[in-house]
Design a protein around this ligand. Sequence first.
Ligand code: C5P
Length: 236
Amino acid sequence: MEKVRDVIIACDFGSAEQALEFLDRFAAEERKPFVKIGMELYYAAGNEIVRELKRRGHKIFLDLKLHDIPNTVRKAMKVLSALDVDMVNVHASGTREMMAAALEGLTREDGTRPLLIAVTQLTSTSQQAMNEQLRVEGDINDVIAHYARNAREAGLDGVVCSPLEAGLVKEACGPDFMTVTPGIRFADSAADDQVRITTPARAREIGSDFIVVGRPITAAADPVAAWRRCVADFCG
Ligand code: C5P
């Protein structure tokens, strides 16, 4: 898939009905939004919702964050690749071998494959929790840069990170290494439970390639207008 800057709507719904009802609002749009299906919707609605959204013309980021032994991840990725999704992810902490196996499993016979990105450290993991519970030593930003370099060496396309970390990832891995960043809010909207947030326009300046936006669009009075505003601010 091409790496063209875009807004990805996080479809964090608990059923196919809710997700489809929400996306029906975009039926008149010539270009259907890029959407993210996470664990909640996938575990509730499975491959059928993925196929239905593909039929409707959406690009899909299947956010399942795989983390297992390399052989299992390779085989699981082969299954996801056949689903024709556009972007998938793994945990970088699964090792370079696991990430390389994921890439292998994803690559189709004709050489095409979905984009593959890695989670470095979850944004819910604090410096203290990383050091004390996970026993990973050092500064969390250094660890994020190190995991991002591991992902690049394994041949992945990029990482998921906070928009505020996108600059350090680009510095560590080069400008072509993608950053996919949640934690986006309009300047005039609520932060909800997100802490390290920024606006679509600022995310673009810092170097995000894709922004993942949930509640500022899904909970807006007019979701289509909110999506268009994000696209205008981020994609220009
Ligand atoms: O509603 P909101 O815009 O906060 O949604 C952000 C989306 O990005 C959610 O699906 C959330 O799970 C996801 N995400 C995140 N932070 C991460 C990784 C994923 O907010 N580090």
